[in-house]
Design a protein around this ligand. Structure first.
Ligand SMILES: [Zn+2]
Length: 923
């Protein structure tokens, strides 16, 4: 069943990284590294991991100890045999009591024995004679003239008859009495092996035995961990678990005691060094084997049928880091790391490495000529010990990460082998391997010196160094998100080389409305800098703004969040609506904007939403410290001021116009000519330009001698009223959004708004278009505040009269509404028995398409043509797909209407008359 599951690819999960797998399965790595891929609460603390590791190694040590111990035991019993043989002799020859002392001396294997006796062979076949006879060494065992070094152990029990031929018996052996010293200190094979006094087979046999016990131990540990006690009913399970834990503890204690006992015994017999070397090699082999095994498991098994679902990153969290940081071990590592990072340490290590290199070269050249190399060997060993210590320190500080550089693995192996070889190879002088290792070591030394040098002075310039420092800082885990972003920003600024761009401050000039004395100088500077190619770019894009904008772009996520909260608080709309509106605003810079749909969604919050959103977009809220509460009140008051009973001149028209102005700023690139304060003025002017529009035109008011007409002396009556009443709202304490503007800024704003709104008077067609026509051809237009105002007025006007430039579906909707408002005025005039202000007000006699066509031809098209000439980016949207298409449709529809009305009743006015009437219709 599980094979089917295993083969089914759907059951596969993400395979852990090799390192994660090793961390969880390899003894040493598991002990050293935290298991970051499992949840924090499931991880074991370092002390637990360390004790598990120690117990496992203790088991290994134990098995090796017993291998050593068995040999020692054998020879120990051989000493005991002397007593036994003497007893056997007495027993076999009882009651003759012939096992008596001999007054002779026997030398064997370099040892001299004096207390001897004759053991005659008894007639009884069932005797112990044969056993004692078996202890006689064969002829090859003897070395008649041994040197001190090759003396055999004083372990002889019996000798053959040939050693004492004068005996009176036919068959006998000569045995050693127990009173003769039995030599403990010499153990088997002491001088029989060349490499060392240990048997390499012990390593493998020891590992094999230890692994069996280690696995049993680990299985029990896993079993104990898996016993879960969740409630009071599971007391039986609980006590079983407790028993198992105790059992494990007792086992560990027994193993520990065995190891201590055996080790001390082995140490007494003089085998301590051999034992440790055997253990060290066994440990390395065992761990190496385990590493290889787990890599194979990962490569061949896990990668094919992986089982671990969580990835490492999910659990590497701040909590883990802070907890870790508090630990003593961590602090020790940190301070140790600090020392190793210090300049003194680095200098010291370079000097040491160079001295070592010289030393090695020296040794290599003179080694073979020396008879006694002991001093050199010791010096070499001192160096090696220092390097070993350094490696240990590195491992301590960097953990296993130190070995991510493969050279370090190589280096460690070389140093370790050299270190061990010194002890092992002391007897066999001039070990060839050791010389070879020195040579290899030299290569590593040279590499290290070059690496250290590179780290010390790798940066060509101060700037590069600064960048490197900033980048290192950025990778610091302690930094929060915002700090990292700021660093990123700083790095970007430095990298993009904008730091040294010349800053040209035009703020004073803009604010006061005066031409600065330094204008010429500034222009000259601008010419000399990068912006020279685009003479207008410096106009209001100084370094501050540039830098701020980059920062704002970086911070957008965060700021947006903060704004969003405030925004939703002040523009109360359902979250869902806000969400949909955001989508609409994603396309706000496009020409097509359905203000009817927008009104449906926003309702009475329409102006507030639009203005808040755009003010945020241009960062006006921050730059001019606009109080959001006042802005909210202001927008609501403006919305209230638009009469909803007007078919055309209502709040939707205000937003429609504002959108068009905004489109010119963004997509028409008007932004490069005007400042942020100008943008604020433009948006406000657009939004208030028909404030409190009564739904009738100037003509009507003047004719009726309306109070407003009287007040404004029949001059731009409605425009004056829009402005005066809107500014009255603005100056209300609750609505004053200009409260934090400087005096200069306020007057610039006010003047600009007034001029823009006044320019929407239909009668000022020639003024507005005429000045624009005259000035736009000047070099560097707009070159001063006056020219800039002409440009802005033109934009305002074309925004206001821009319906025929819209996509045709929207335009015809607006057209119908505009005509309806005319007709309503006509109805009133009808009712009051006045003359129609214009024949188009007559609902019964007007061909609306023809009227619109004339309106376009006389008012809109001339404006649009020079406008797209100035802003060529918008030509496609506004002229080709907007105006021209609409005109085509109008022509067709107009002809249809004429065909339908039998021509006699139409009575169209002549062109001159038509023009006059059109110009009297305020839009
Ligand atoms: Zn208007």
């Amino acid at each position: 069943m599980w094979i089917v599951k295993l083969l089914n690819s759907e059951t596969r999960y993400d395979v852990p990284k090799l390192w994660s797998h090793l961390v969880s399965s390899h003894d040493v790595i598991w002990t050293w590294e935290e298991e970051k891929h499992i949840p924090l609460e499931d991880r074991y603390p370092f002390c637990i991991r360390l004790s598990r590791f120690l117990v496992l190694q203790m088991i290994l040590m134990c098995s090796i100890c017993f291998l050593f111990g068995s040999d020692i035991g054998r020879y120990y019993t051989q000493c005991e045999k002397r007593k036994e043989c003497f007893a056997y002799c007495n027993e076999d020859n009882y009651p003759n009591l012939i096992c008596d002392s001999l007054d002779i001396t026997i030398t064997s294997g370099g040892n001299t024995y004096k207390d001897l006796y004759i053991y005659p062979k008894p007639g009884d076949a069932d005797s112990s004679y044969a056993e004692c006879e078996s202890y006689i060494k064969s002829a090859e065992d003897f070395n008649e003239s041994p040197s001190d070094n090759s003396r055999l152990e004083r372990l002889d029990v019996c000798f053959s008859k040939s050693r004492y031929p004068e005996g009176n018996y036919d068959e006998y052996i000569v045995c050693v009495k127990s009173s003769e010293a039995c030599e403990d200190l010499y153990l088997p094979k002491r001088s029989s092996t060349a490499v060392g006094d240990f048997d390499i087979s012990y390593v493998f046999i020891g590992i094999a035995i230890a692994n069996v016990f280690q696995y049993i131990y680990q299985f029990i540990v896993i079993y104990v961990i898996k016993i879960k006690t969740e409630n009071i009913e599971s007391m039986k399970i609980g006590s079983w678990k407790c028993f198992m834990q105790t059992f494990l503890l007792v086992c560990s204690a027994i193993v520990t005691l065995l190891v201590v006992w055996k080790c001390s015994q082995i140490a007494i017999y003089g085998y301590a060094t051999e034992l440790w070397i055997t253990f060290g090699i066994a440990l390395a082999v065992d761990q190496g084997k385990s590493l290889l095994f787990h890599v194979c498991v990962w490569y061949f098994l896990l990668r094919r049928c992986g089982y671990l679902k969580v990835t490492e990153d999910e659990y590497v969290n701040e909590r883990w880091l802070t907890e870790r940081r508090d630990k003593l071990l961590f602090n020790m590592r940190k301070s140790c790391g600090k020392i190793m990072e210090s300049m003194y340490y680095k200098r010291f290590s370079i000097i040491l490495l160079v001295v070592y290199a010289v030393f090695v070269l020296l040794v290599l050249s003179i080694y073979s000529q020396l008879s006694d190399t002991y001093v050199l060997d010791v010096m070499d060993q001192v160096f090696i010990s220092i390097f070993l210590f350094e490696i240990l320190c590195n491992v301590f500080v960097q953990s296993i990460g130190f070995y991510k550089d493969y050279f370090n693995i190589f280096d460690t192996i070389i140093v370790l082998v050299s270190f061990i070889m010194f002890f092992v190879g002391q007897n066999t002088k001039g070990l060839a391997v050791l010389r070879l290792l020195r040579l290899v070591r030299l290569v590593i030394v040279l590499r290290k010196v070059s690496v250290t040098k590179r780290n010390n002075s790798g940066y060509a310039t101060a700037l590069e160094e600064t960048l490197a420092i900033l980048k290192t800082l950025k990778s610091e885990k302690k930094l929060n998100f915002r700090q990292k972003k700021e660093l990123t920003w700083a790095i970007e600024i430095i990298e993009s080389n904008k730091l040294y761009d010349v800053s040209i401050d035009q703020k004073v000039e803009k604010g006061s409305g005066q031409v600065s004395q330094d204008a010429e100088a500034k222009k000259w500077i601008a010419m000399a800098t990068k912006t020279a190619n685009d003479p207008l770019q410096w106009f209001d894009r100084d370094l501050d703004d540039y830098l701020y904008e980059r920062k704002r772009d970086n911070d957008f996520g965060e700021d947006k969040g903060m704004f969003e909260e405030e925004f939703r608080q002040h523009v109360p709309l359902p979250d869902r609506t806000h969400f949909q509106l955001e989508k609409i605003f994603d396309d706000i810079a496009k020409w097509r904007f359905n203000s009817f749909q927008y009104f449906e969604m926003c309702g009475n919050q329409m102006i507030a939403h639009f203005i808040f959103r755009l003010f945020h977009f241009y960062d006006i809220l921050r730059k001019f410290q606009v109080p959001v509460v006042s802005l909210k009140s202001f927008c609501n008051a403006i919305f209230e001021g638009y009469s909803s009973s007007n078919p055309y001149h209502n709040a939707i028209h205000a937003i429609d116009v504002t959108h068009r102005y905004n489109y010119f700023i963004v997509s028409g690139n008007l932004m490069k000519y005007i400042s942020d304060l100008d943008i604020m003025a433009a948006l406000l002017a657009s939004v208030i330009h028909d404030f409190q529009h009564p739904g009738v035109n100037n003509e009507f008011l003047i004719k009726k001698s309306h109070a407003k007409a009287v007040r404004y002396n029949d001059i731009s009556v409605l425009e004056n009223h829009h402005l005066a009443s809107a500014f009255a709202v603005l100056l209300d304490q609750n609505c004053d959004i200009t409260i934090d503007l400087t005096e200069d800024q306020y007057w610039v704003l006010r003047t600009s708004i007034i001029k823009m709104v006044m320019s929407t008077d239909l009668k000022l067609q020639e003024d507005t278009i005429g000045s624009f026509k005259n000035y736009r051809g000047l070099p560097n237009f707009p070159n001063n505040d006056k020219e800039k105002q002409i440009l802005m007025n033109m934009a305002m006007r074309i925004s206001d009269y821009g319906n025929p430039l819209q996509p045709h579906d929207l335009y015809f909707k607006w057209m119908a509404l505009m005509m309806e408002e005319f007709y309503q005025q006509g109805d009133i005039e009808d009712h009051l028995q006045m003359d129609y202000s214009s024949p188009y007000m007559n609902r019964r006699e007007t061909n609306p398409y023809a009227t619109q066509l004339s309106f376009i031809n006389i008012v809109v098209e001339p404006m649009a043509l020079i406008w797209v000439e100035f802003l060529p980016d918008i030509k496609e949207d506004v002229l080709t797909r907007g105006l021209m298409e609409n005109k085509e449709i109008l022509k067709q529809k107009s002809e249809q209407v004429i065909d339908n009305n039998d021509e006699e009743d139409v009575n169209l006015p002549d062109k001159k008359k038509r023009r006059d009437h059109i110009l009297n219709n305020d839009n």
